[in-house]
Design a protein around this ligand. Structure first.
Ligand SMILES: CC(C)(COP(=O)(O)OP(=O)(O)OC[C@H]1O[C@@H](n2cnc3c(N)ncnc32)[C@H](O)[C@@H]1OP(=O)(O)O)[C@@H](O)C(=O)NCCC(=O)NCCS
Length: 496
């Protein structure tokens, strides 16, 4: 905690509050200072100061968009955005992509070390065993409209899945079951791991069912004897052929892509999972929340946006005009830029190589030439280099998915399925941290109206009515209303 200065250690920050003249000494631990230490710094309110400023209640630390706020201690993933370094549990992503597999890396992310042969066999068996879902779930998938976005289906499906597992529901199992291992309860850890096996195992099943419902295909039972990605491809593509085995080059490419997407420390969706999980809700609800967060175009939706952008550009000849439009801020170069990486995302080199392997069996994607021209033009252009905007993981991945024949709106699903692993690794770590889990409840800087008294509707002067369009409801057309209905009269019809 920050305290008025007595002695200053070299591992500390000395802060002088010029409002009061007081000096505070704030310890630096792991190259960080505690935001709560700043709360000890307070000053008397100035005359006429808004009570909402809370000056006497302590200094606040503002960080809109979490640009420099660490919310947890983690042992899972390390990123050096300046140097383009990504390591899972200390292992460079390049080595893992070359030598490991998605499921082995999943074990590494969740449990902290590479598994022995026996440990891996048990883990793989558990995950694949848990790929089957209750037959009733078919009705759930059939309840969606034929053109429902697969991410809407997947997001809902994770929350739906939780309804089957009362032992994971804190309302039924006890409000803190997920954290009880820290108090010596081994059964709670086994319960947690069972949910982890289920969620990883069933992620491909739910995703494949979302795929099949869109294609008008009946569902299949997950196969035995295939790898994780082999099983996933089988579940999407099998139409009853005998001895159906997915293409091994495509299985391997998808496995590498899954490994690269498995974790990326505290991105928006992982933070969402932890924030949601911090209320000690069940992990299915937390994963559903992560899925929703991932779907945004600034995050996992970017791979879909890249392909739409490439289609709109059309050919390499149109790249210069597109770049100029980006510079005029009329367009965004999807697949470029990253909050953490200020150089090329290390995963994008591996994905570019994987794309060539895939193109050998599928044929080159017709958008590749445009993508390469766009990439090269942006890498040379001062607008991008000055802002340190370089390709991220999404720039090339969409081209592979397209070459493999996936519809564009399925791309974010192909990101979400492997990211379930990273979300669960962080969720498990948080639940097992010493001292339990604190609910994630940030603060705000309140800049709204000061205290005012209610005015009855009949007495409201027009000067009191806000005409700012941001502060009044919009007039919206009613698409389902026909002229006939509008001309009809009926009981309860609004007189407006
Ligand atoms: C990823 C992203 C959200 C990071 O956002 P951020 O860290 O908040 O960065 P900012 O939005 O502050 O960008 C800094 C500057 O670069 C510009 N910029 C960032 N990404 C850009 C892009 N893809 N195309 C064009 N300009 C971009 C911003 O306009 C801003 O310019 P300014 O300083 O002149 O106003 C952002 O780069 C982006 O939208 N990229 C495209 C979407 C994408 O590929 N997302 C996947 C991420 S893995």
């Amino acid at each position: 905690m920050g305290r008025p200065l007595e002695t200053s250690s070299s591992e500390s920050l000395t802060v002088r509050d010029n409002r009061t003249g007081k000096t505070y000494n704030i310890p630096i631990v792991d190259n960080s200072v505690s935001a709560t230490a700043f709360k000890a710094i307070s000053a008397p309110a100035k005359p006429n100061e808004r009570e909402e400023s809370g000056t006497e209640k302590g200094l606040r630390v503002a960080d809109k968009g979490f640009l420099n706020t660490a919310v947890i201690q983690s042992e899972i993933t390390y990123i050096d955005g300046e140097a383009g370094v990504l390591r899972y549990r200390g292992y460079p992503i390049e080595q893992l992509a070359l030598h490991s597999s998605f499921l082995e890396t999943a074990y590494l992310l969740i449990y902290g070390s590479l598994p022995t042969k026996d440990q891996f066999r048990v883990f793989e068996t558990e995950v694949l065993h848990h790929s089957i879902i209750h037959a009733d779930a078919e009705e759930f998938f059939r309840s969606f409209r034929y053109d429902a976005h697969p991410m809407a289906i997947l997001t809902s499906a994770f929350a739906y899945l939780g309804s089957y597992y009362s032992e994971a529901n804190p309302s039924l199992q006890g409000r803190q079951w997920q954290t009880l291992f820290t108090k010596g309860d081994k059964a709670s850890l086994a319960n947690m791991d069972k949910q982890i096996f289920r969620l990883i195992g069933k992620a491909t099943t739910l995703a494949a069912m979302a795929y099949r419902i869109r294609q008008g295909r009946d569902f299949v039972i997950p196969p035995t004897g295939l790898s994780y990605t082999g099983s996933f491809l089988y579940q999407m593509d099998h139409l009853g052929e005998e001895n159906y085995v997915p293409n091994p080059v495509l299985c391997k490419a998808l496995d590498v892509l899954f490994l690269l997407h498995a974790d990326h420390e505290l991105n928006a969706s992982c933070t969402t999972v932890l924030q949601t999980g911090s209320s000690l809700v069940d992990p299915y609800s937390a994963i559903a929340a992560g899925c929703a967060s991932l779907y945004g175009p600034l995050h996992g939706g970017a791979n879909e946006a890249v392909i739409r952008m490439l289609i709109s550009i059309g050919s390499p000849a149109n790249v210069p005009a597109f770049i100029e439009a980006v510079k005029r801020r009329e367009k965004v170069l999807s697949g470029f830029g990253h909050r953490v990486y200020k150089t090329t995302d290390p995963r994008s080199y591996i994905i570019r190589k994987t794309a060539d392997e895939v193109f050998k069996v599928t044929g080159r994607d017709e958008l590749l030439e445009t993508a390469m021209a766009l990439h090269d033009a942006a890498m040379k252009d001062e607008y991008f280099t000055k802002r340190r905007l370089y390709p991220n993981v999404d720039f090339w991945s969409g081209l592979i998915y397209r070459a493999m024949g996936f519809p564009m709106d399925f791309f974010p699903v192909l990101f979400a399925v492997p990211r379930v692993v990273g979300w669960l690794a962080h969720w498990r770590q948080m639940m097992l941290q010493e001292g339990g889990v604190k609910i994630w409840r940030p603060r705000q800087i309140y800049v709204g109206a000061g205290k005012r008294d209610y005015v009855p509707m009949a007495e409201r002067e027009s000067s009191l009515v806000n005409s700012d369009p941001k502060k009044t409801p919009s007039t919206v057309p009613h698409s389902g209303m026909t002229k006939r209905t509008m001309l009809a009269s009926y009981r309860g019809k609004s007189k407006l």
